[in-house]
Each structure stands twice: as structure tokens, then as C-alpha cells.
Design a protein around this ligand. Structure first.
Ligand code: ASP
Length: 337
């Protein structure tokens, strides 16, 4: 049987990192300048000969940067390249921002093509480097019928996560990826792809040729002793919207609540939770700065989307020119609105 073609887009990240001067991966904890993205897409693929049994690979050098250096324009260009490629796609990139890239691709590409994002927690010079196994598992998932129509996925450590749920919840350990709200939706074992759960249908964003609002969406974290100074400081800035990583179920200190209301008369302000899992509440607390108070003052609830994913959705919604009603409807797919 002919093998499925899978386009592998390499964007950099730890999976592609090596020491700058030697061209060789750094071994152990060698002193030196530290690793940076150096490996090409082809180099990554060549290091995993077993890929040849799973798919016909087209290796594409798309970017060679750490995850923290990718921006929204990169993700939009990537989505367009994936769609143009008309084949299942694997994206290799820095794990720091996999949860954002995967969600953006879920919104922009959706179920029309399988997209799997992966990376590595240990660079190629370390014992137990996980990049090759992650790449093999990601390509196995991308080439499988089982993954068709599920939207963008994250595959790390042989576990399959839905893009809207996946998060990096540990800064250094190899099992850094989890889906705190629901768990992984499947796994790869002995080369077989097993899907056990189907993700809910998420939002879909179509960008016009001329994007409506490309100004940044900012994320502001709430905390005790917060008098709303940051929210007031950004009031007059050129921004497309704001995500507030609020306390608990969507709570702010009283002065921050006043500043958030003022801001939301200018731009959409979305209330997410800084807790890491669970929804923003809708109808439990009635104190000043509570979720009920803030939604009555115009803030949009992010549902169970973490602040970083809420930023992606709001930024793409603004670029697509969605009005507030449609923006709320997009967040309603995740229990918000
Ligand atoms: N720690 C990161 C990684 O795993 C660095 C990055 O995101 O580029 O790839």
C-alpha cells in the first residue's frame, strides 16, 4: 500500500537544538553558550529512519527559532502553508509555545487536514532525548485515519492531546504536557494510534485577505494587592484587546474591576482564570470584582481556555474582524461567552 505523504514543518525549538560552534549536540551539562536551534527539517527527519516505514515525508524548513520567538504572523503563515500543502502536517517547534501554535492551527485549519504539533523536552545532546520518538509518534498520528477530523493535535511522550486542551504544565520534566481539563484523548503504542475520546467542536476562524485588526492582544495577570495600575496604564495604548488572567473563577480586586470595565468600553476584555484548569464561573459570586459583577460590566468569559489560548482566540477574532457578539459566540464553544 502506498504510504501517506506527511509534510513536516520544522520551526526550531529544543528538538532542533545543538551547540552553536561545534555543530554537534551538547552532551550532558557542558559549560558553554547553551544550545540554539540549528538542525534542519531534513536533519530532524534523517535522524529517525523508522519514519520511512510510516509515511512519505516532505521536510520543510519553515522557521528556526525558539518557541518564544514565534509570533501570530508566523502562525498565520504556517496555517496557510499547511492548507496549501493539502496533506497531513506535522509541526516541530519549541515546547514553550506548542499550546499556542496548536490552538491557532486548530482555529485556522480545523478538521480539514490533520495537523500534529510536537517538540522535545530534552535536546539531542542529552541522554534520553525525546525528539526522535516524539517525531515518530507525531508522524504516525498524522498519517493515521484515526486522527482525521479531530482538529489540531499535540503529540508528546506518545500521548495525544487535543489542541484546545493541551498545556505545558512543567518547565523541565519530560512529561511536561498535560490536558488538565480532560486528559489526553489517546495514545500511540506499538505503532498503533488509539483515540479514546473525541474533543468537542471548537471555533473556526477565517481570515480575510486584509486583516481587520492586527494590533496586539495583551495578557494581564491579576493578583492580591492589585489596584488596577497595569490595566489603567494600557488604557490609551494601541491594542486590539486584553485577556485578564484573573484569580480563581474569574475574580479581580475592586479597583482592578473598575479599570477592567473602563478598558472594556474601548476594546474586548476577556476574563480567563490564572488557576490552570477549570472554567471561569458565570453565576456564583456577587461581590465587587466577582465573575457576575465583571460580566455585567461587559467582560467576556474565556470558559475553560487558559489565558494563552484565550489570547490566540481573541487575536485571531480581531484579525478576522469579528464583532463582540461573534467574539462571544467563539468563546461560547469553550463554555465562555
Ligand atoms: N524549552 C523549549 C523547547 O522545549 C525552548 C523553546 O520553546 O524553543 O523547545
Amino acid at each position: 500500500m502506498a504510504l501517506t505523504t506527511v509534510n513536516v514543518f520544522a520551526l526550531g525549538g529544543t528538538i532542533a537544538m545543538a551547540a552553536p560552534d561545534s555543530g554537534q549536540p551538547v552532551r550532558g551539562r557542558a559549560k558553554g553558550p547553551g544550545v540554539t536551534p540549528r538542525l534542519t527539517a531534513r536533519g530532524l527527519v534523517r535522524a529517525v529512519p523508522a519514519l520511512g516505514h510510516v509515511a512519505r515525508i516532505k521536510a520543510i524548513d519553515f522557521r528556526r527559532v525558539p518557541g518564544a520567538q514565534l509570533d501570530d504572523d508566523d502562525l498565520i503563515e504556517l496555517a496557510r502553508a499547511i492548507i496549501k500543502g493539502r496533506a497531513p502536517a506535522v509541526v516541530t517547534q519549541g515546547t514553550d509555545t506548542i499550546e499556542e501554535t496548536a490552538f491557532a492551527l486548530d482555529l485556522l485549519v480545523g478538521g480539514r487536514q490533520t495537523v500534529v504539533v510536537t517538540g522535545a523536552m530534552r535536546h539531542p545532546g542529552l541522554a534520553g532525548a525525546d525528539g526522535p520518538a516524539n517525531l515518530l509518534a507525531a508522524v504516525t498520528v498524522a498519517a493515521s485515519e484515526a486522527a482525521e477530523g479531530l482538529g489540531a493535535l499535540v503529540v508528546m511522550g506518545d500521548r495525544i492531546h487535543a489542541a484546545s486542551l493541551a498545556r505545558k504544565t512543567n518547565s523541565a520534566m519530560p512529561d511536561a504536557f498535560t490536558s488538565p481539563n480532560a486528559g489526553p484523548i489517546g495514545f500511540v503504542a506499538e505503532g498503533n494510534v488509539r483515540i479514546l475520546l473525541h474533543p468537542v467542536e471548537g471555533a473556526s476562524i477565517t481570515l480575510p485577505a486584509k486583516q481587520a485588526d492586527t494590533r496586539p492582544v495583551l495578557v494581564v495577570t491579576a493578583h492580591q494587592n492589585d489596584d488596577g495600575e497595569v490595566l489603567r496604564a494600557i488604557y490609551g495604548r494601541e491594542i486590539a484587546g486584553v485577556i485578564i488572567a484573573a484569580m480563581g473563577g474569574g475574580h479581580l480586586a475592586p479597583k482592578a474591576a473598575d479599570a477592567a470595565e473602563a478598558l472594556s468600553r474601548r476594546v474586548p476584555v476577556v476574563l480567563a482564570s490564572r488557576t490552570g484548569s477549570g472554567p471561569v464561573l458565570a453565576r456564583t459570586y456577587g461581590f465587587k470584582g466577582s465573575e457576575m459583577d465583571l460580566t455585567s460590566r461587559g467582560l467576556i468569559r474565556a470558559g475553560w481556555l487558559e489565558p494563552a489560548k484565550a489570547r490566540i482566540l481573541l487575536a485571531l477574532a480581531r484579525r478576522a474582524g469579528l464583532d463582540r457578539r461573534k467574539t462571544r459566540a467563539a468563546f461560547a464553544n469553550y463554555g465562555g461567552g
